[in-house]
Write a protein that binds this ligand. Structure first.
Ligand code: NAD
Length: 484
């Protein structure tokens, strides 16, 4: 297989990192196979990128929304036309199935088109002034240079849902993708390059989180920092940005519950638990992790769940019959195995999975068969800590009240779901559940690009991304008072 040699993208050009150093990225399905060589950049590379974003920002903000939107539309078309290539790169780098990878790329194009249209939509309101002669209204200003730090789990959708609103509202961008998905990132960047964005408007620098990510959080010429990733890193990024007065936005982890009420359609609930919990090998921030089942239907639900989990095919994401790919990297794989051990040690019963697949062709990959734990109590580590892998924890609740209490008993609050046929149960759940996404008769992992997305409690900095909510982060409100 050809190994992709990746460069940074700075000031409209592909640039080798100043040090000349690169680090290999591996295929999680065959862990000795190198997929790409990613730049191992230094602060010097970041400095050049920030300077070009700074130099470009004044001209960029002067364009009309329609002019900026036209470039986003072009980037969308290019992304869509390269869906196969980008999807393959994603599967090779982080393991999700090719179908999911292509679907994510298509979603990236849809996000770009949505925000391209935002360039033509209202940004303010007229407010009655106390002076009858005056006109008072609000308008919005871009922040300036926005730093974007993203994880490997959605290497197209997350960067695009940050870059597209940043750009349409008149900011320039310095993006640090996860180095694990550098090939995918460079293909996304190539679409922006070919779309014809002016030099310096979009820049990409790849390197270590502690060097380039932290460098973005600390850089005095970066006016806004948006981060998606783990809670520990996010909090540090937020502190560094706050310390120098920059605006910041953090989207972090989850420990998302699905509640199965006594009156749920159990077949639909099983499908949602499997899809929400195990697609993308459980590596979605919105993945279902806690399965809270009301006592009356606990045994029946568990039986149906196990029947289906048994049928899921683990394998290389490039194979058409694979349902579940490998963990994305060694660190993730070790974390999953750690929690499987811990679950057993703390007294939960592993009903199925949690080991290597029997197929010897998978011996060199980070594969784990999907695991279901029974007799999990809300205090156990597997019910409290984010695993980010194919592990479901079954928790029995006396009734819906106790189920909601268990669901809320978490430091996280990203997504939560309930299966029920009763409208009263549904409304109670919607009102009482502490989560940024609350879904009835739908899996925890559905995200709609035109709606606000973000979490409560430790899952976010209480801001929202996507849809029209994005304008709140990427702009500042200016209140204007004009008297003749
Ligand atoms: P991570 O926090 O390790 O890395 C995220 C990004 O931060 C990467 O680009 C990384 O290089 C960078 N980084 C690492 N150390 C840094 C530092 N010291 N300073 C600045 N940046 C640094 O997370 P990950 O393992 O790549 O992703 C998995 C996590 O992301 C999970 O916790 C998951 O829940 C979360 N996530 C959240 C959302 C959401 O929208 N809420 C979406 C996807 C993933």
């Amino acid at each position: 297989m050809e190994i992709a040699i990746i460069d940074n993208y700075i000031g409209g050009e592909w640039k080798t990192p100043v040090s000349g150093r690169r680090k290999p990225g591996y295929n999680p399905a065959r862990s000795s196979e190198i997929v790409g060589q990613a730049p191992d950049s230094d602060r010097e590379d970041l400095g050049v990128a920030v300077a070009s974003a700074e130099a470009a920002r004044h001209a960029w903000r002067k364009l009309t929304g329609a002019q900026r939107g036209a470039l986003l539309f072009k980037a969308a078309d290019l992304l869509e036309s390269r869906m196969e290539e980008i999807g393959r790169a994603m599967t090779l780098e982080m393991g999700k199935t090719l179908g999911e990878a292509k679907g994510e790329t298509a979603r990236g194009a849809a996000i770009l088109r949505y925000y391209a249209g935002e360039g033509m939509r209202p940004v303010g309101e007229v407010i009655p002034a106390t002076d009858a002669e005056a006109l008072m209204f609000t308008t919005r200003s871009p922040l300036g240079v926005v730093g974007i730090i993203t994880p490997w789990n959605f290497p197209v959708a997350i960067p695009v849902w940050k870059m597209a609103p940043a750009l349409i509202y008149g900011n320039t961008v310095v993006w640090k993708p996860a180095a694990e998905t550098a090939v995918t990132a460079s293909l996304v960047m190539a679409c922006f390059h070919e779309a014809g964005f002016p030099a310096g408007v979009v820049n990409m620098v790849i390197g270590d989180g502690a060097v380039i990510g932290q460098g973005i959080a600390e850089h005095p010429d970066i006016h806004g920092v948006t981060f998606t990733g783990s809670g520990a890193v996010g909090k540090r990024v937020g502190q560094l940005a706050l310390a120098r007065g920059a605006k910041y936005q953090l989207e972090m982890g989850g420990k998302n519950p699905i509640i199965i009420a006594a009156d749920a359609d159990l077949d639909l609930a099983v499908d949602a638990t499997i899809s929400g919990g195990l697609r993308s090998t459980g590596q979605k921030c919105t993945a279902t992790s806690r399965v809270i089942v009301v006592r009356d239907v606990y045994d029946a639900f568990r039986t149906k769940l196990l029947e289906k989990v048994k049928t899921l095919r683990v394998g290389d994401g490039l194979n058409a019959d694979t349902w579940l790919g490998p963990c994305a990297n060694r660190k993730q794989y070790d974390t999953v195995l750690h929690y499987i051990r811990k679950g057993k040690e703390e007294g939960a019963e592993l009903l199925i999975g949690g080991d290597r697949p029997a197929d010897s062709a998978l011996a060199d990959g980070f594969f784990v068969t999907p695991a279901v734990f029974d007799r999990v109590t809300p205090r156990m580590s597997i019910a409290r800590e984010e695993i980010f892998g194919p592990v479901l924890a079954l928790i029995e609740a006396r009734d819906l009240d106790e189920a909601i209490e268990f669901a809320n008993d978490s430091e996280y609050g990203l997504s939560a779901s309930l299966y029920t046929r009763n409208i009263g149960n549904a409304l109670k759940f919607v009102q009482e559940t502490d989560a940024g996404l609350v879904r009835v008769n739908a899996e925890t992992a559905g995200v709609e690009l035109q709606a606000p997305f973000g979490g409560m409690k430790g899952s976010s900095s209480h801001s929202r991304e996507q849809g029209q909510a994005a304008i709140e982060f990427y702009t500042s409100v200016k209140t204007v008072f004009v008297k003749p």
